[in-house]
Every structure is written in structure tokens, then in C-alpha cells.
Design a protein around this ligand. Structure first.
Ligand code: HEC
Length: 125
């Protein structure tokens, strides 16, 4: 009987310890890029995301899929049609590659660069 009681107390105590376990489920937060206080440059920071390694330009090139994302044409092709400066996070040039279901995907930091560039007014800089 005594053994039983001690056993029971041990079980209850271990349950109590387990109840204190806390799993934090943090939402995926993409921090804004640290750009030394400078605006994001379309030519040197955004356009290369599409063309480096032919990531997007394998398909999005002249005569192929629209929008044409090659460096020379990307700006005129995506502004204003694929950019929404009033609601940057709903811009297609941001949502489509970020979806994870498109033919090619971008990293979280690349998504943050694109979003910051749109938020800053989607300038041809
Ligand atoms: C393997 C070919 C392929 C690659 C690589 C590719 N795309 Fe696409 N993309 C397509 C096709 C095909 C469409 C036409 C619509 C569809 O099927 O989703 C499209 C459509 C789009 C659209 C327009 C969607 C709309 O609703 O009008 C955007 C924006 C886009 N792609 C961005 C990108 C970006 C950014 C990348 C690189 C990260 C990329 N795509 C890589 C094939 C590709």
C-alpha cells in the first residue's frame, strides 16, 4: 500500500512537471533587410534575384512566359502590372514566387528585399 502511494505521488509529480513544458509556435517572420538605411536598388538587388542562375529567366524571358524578368526588361514588365504599391504584400511579383508552389521559389530574405522595394515605391533605381 505504501509503495503504491509513493508510486502514485511520483506519477502525479511527473505529470505536473510535464504540464510545465511549453512549446512556443512562432510565426515565420521575415525581418526587413538591413540595407544600411539606403533604399533597396531595383537594378542591383531586385533584378538579380530573377536572373541569377537563370532562376526565373529560364522561363520569363523575351518571347516566353510573361512577365519578362531579364534585367533589361524586368522593370517595365513588372511595374505597374505586377506591383501594388498601395498594398505591397499583395503584389504578384512578391506573392507568386513566395508561394512555394510556383516553378521556382525565392528565399525568405529575397522575398523581404522584393517587399521592401515595393513598399519604398517600386522605383526604377
Ligand atoms: C519553369 C518555368 C518557370 C519558372 C522557372 C518561373 N516561372 Fe513564373 N510562370 C511560369 C508560367 C508557365 C506562368 C504562367 C502562369 C502559371 O502557370 O502559373 C508563370 C507566371 C508567373 C507570374 C504571373 C502570374 C500571374 O498571375 O499573372 C509571375 C509574377 C511569375 N511567374 C514570377 C516568377 C518568378 C519571380 C520566378 C522566379 C523566382 C518564376 N516565375 C519562375 C513559369 C515559370
Amino acid at each position: 500500500m505504501k509503495k503504491h502511494t509513493i508510486f502514485l505521488i511520483l506519477i502525479l509529480f511527473s505529470l505536473f512537471l510535464n504540464s510545465c513544458k511549453y512549446d512556443f509556435i512562432l510565426p515565420e517572420v521575415v525581418p526587413p533587410p538591413d540595407n544600411n538605411g539606403e533604399p533597396i536598388s531595383f537594378a542591383t538587388q531586385v533584378a538579380p534575384i530573377f536572373s541569377t542562375g537563370n532562376k526565373c529567366t529560364a522561363c520569363h524571358k523575351p518571347g516566353d512566359k510573361s512577365p519578362d524578368l531579364t534585367a533589361a526588361n524586368a522593370y517595365a514588365q513588372i511595374v505597374p502590372n505586377y506591383v501594388n504599391t498601395a498594398s505591397p504584400a499583395s503584389s504578384k511579383i512578391y506573392t507568386v514566387p513566395k508561394s512555394g508552389t510556383h516553378y521556382a521559389t525565392i528565399s525568405g530574405s529575397q522575398a523581404a528585399i522584393i517587399l521592401a522595394w515595393i513598399t519604398e515605391g517600386a522605383k526604377n533605381n
